[in-house]
Design a protein around this ligand. Sequence first.
Ligand SMILES: Nc1ncnc2c1ncn2[C@@H]1O[C@H](COP(=O)(O)OP(=O)(O)OP(=O)(O)O)[C@@H](O)[C@H]1O
Ligand SMILES: C[C@@](O)(CCO)CC(=O)[O-]
Ligand SMILES: [Mg+2]
Length: 304
Amino acid sequence: MITSSAPGKIYLFGEHAVVYGENAICCAIELRTHVQAEFNDHIEINSVLGRSGLNFEKHPYVSAAIERMKEFAPVDGVKININSELPVGSGLGSSAALTVSTIQALNHLFHCGLSLEQIADLGYNVEWDVQGNASPTDTYVSTMGGVFMLPSRRKLELNDCGIVIGDTKKNSSTKKLVTNVAELKNRFPEIVTSILSTIGKITYCGEYSVCNGDYESIGKLMNINQGLLDSIGVGSLELSQLIYSARSKGAYGAKLTGAGGGGCMIALADASKTVDVSDAIKSAGGVPITTNITDKGVVVETKR
Ligand SMILES: Nc1ncnc2c1ncn2[C@@H]1O[C@H](COP(=O)(O)OP(=O)(O)OP(=O)(O)O)[C@@H](O)[C@H]1O
Ligand SMILES: C[C@@](O)(CCO)CC(=O)[O-]
Ligand SMILES: [Mg+2]
């Protein structure tokens, strides 16, 4: 039996734009998904969503990961148990953490010898298989841990600042939201391409601010990024309420993270302000989530 785990993630900048090759800065967080894999006489997948066999409706990412792993090993009889600290479908990369930890568990159970780069690439393929469109960002950062500029894969450092997360209700998947943006881009190609390109430029400016620890500028760039995400239809009333509430209590900046349409927002704040910002998120109807950035990517926790 193998148990592996992988971290979730947050975006400082660049979600959705990174699907079209623009820059993004993405950070792994300490909340993790844990996957246990053992040999079995058939395929069985157990999670908070229930029990199934190979089932692309109930467990699309695990089922797609098993299919991809069949290129390397005879994955016909395996039992997968999933436990996660990440809210499902909330923009914190729960699909990527699940995908990457599943691949790593099967990698070690069947002695495939896959490298971290190969795991990240396979994870990207799985998210693409399920969503019909994806960037390599979520699965790369969940594999490697840390803070990265994608697609260049430049590693960055982000220390000495507080990250406060607020969760809101969400009723749309990343697959649907990414599809919606593609449809908007098809309808207004010049306008949406210009917006996505501007988000890429925000990220480029943001990298300079991150490297210089200029949190005031990072916050202002996050706020501009949020306005552009709203313009392409991936915001929500609930997210806006939390975002403006966090900003009113002294956050450097606040924006949605991940695919949007609800789910999580993040606020960047000085350590002295994180309690006030967290209270503001709660008073605006959000569920505050406390976590930190982590350098710990996908790992094997136990082998028995
Ligand atoms: N703990 C879990 N157990 C089973 N399936 C899970 C779990 N966590 C995530 N999933 C799968 O991932 C899907 C959510 O992926 P989705 O990409 O929509 O959200 P996310 O990854 O949390 O957000 P984002 O992609 O914006 O970061 C769920 O519908 C489910 O199929
Ligand atoms: C919306 C998106 O940019 C981030 C989802 O966390 C999709 C992707 O990059 O695969
Ligand atoms: Mg996802």
